[in-house]
Ligand binder design. Sequence first.
Ligand SMILES: [Mn+2]
Length: 279
Amino acid sequence: MQVIMGIYCIGDIQGCQKAFEDLLHALDFSPSRDTLYVLGDLVNRGPDSAGVLRRMMQLEGSVHCLLGNHDIHLLAVARGIRPMGRRDTLFDILHAADAGAMLDWLRRQPLALHAHGCLMVHAGVQPGWDVAQTLSCASEISEQLQDRHWEHFLTELFGNVPDRWNDRLQGMDRARVIVNTLTRIRFLDVDGHMDFGHKRGLDEAPRHLIPWFAHPLRRTMDTLVAFGHWSALGLIRRHNLLSLDTGAVWGGELTAVEILPPGRPGRMVQVRSLTSAEF
Ligand SMILES: [Mn+2]
């Protein structure tokens, strides 16, 4: 029998461990044969964030995870750097006996990957970044998160200013723009000012804002870029763009799309999530 290896990208799980197991089953996922890329926001809002992290740690080697904004938020909440949000469901992790191991594992996950011809990020990229610059910006952040001063780094990281990328940015301003781009971006204006106020779909945004992927000068236009984060945008499956947050945590689907090297989207598999977190 011929063994065909499967390579898949999946969107935001957000603690929907049951949906994740259902999706692995629907894919007939085999850790020894297949590879799965999880595009960040593994935790929060859903019912079993600890279950998701433990499963990812167990599948390490076959499953590669990116950090999303909720994952970074968890690191900050765990160290008392940010308050727990009203709708956060992070208690199960924070009070677990293995919390330390989960958080250390999380800190080692990247913010961008390029594999099988596909650039993967949680939210998006800057129009001026090519694949190499996206990866090098992401590693600047990983270095800080893995440094022994990582807690101090997190205390300075959060905020919306500056809202515009510039190659000459340094220090925490630079880090903040990189993290906000990779884990939070949805819209920007043609001059590159990011907007963090609009989280709904494309029809409801003011006319001066464009989705990051539609910026006319985007340098990753010829690469397959896969991202999650934007559930109101929903599924996009084009030859060079994959938007995969289909709102599992809001009672939608958890979506996987196969990646056919070098960088073409293949078949799609979806499972319905029974979770319905409140908005
Ligand atoms: Mn997100």
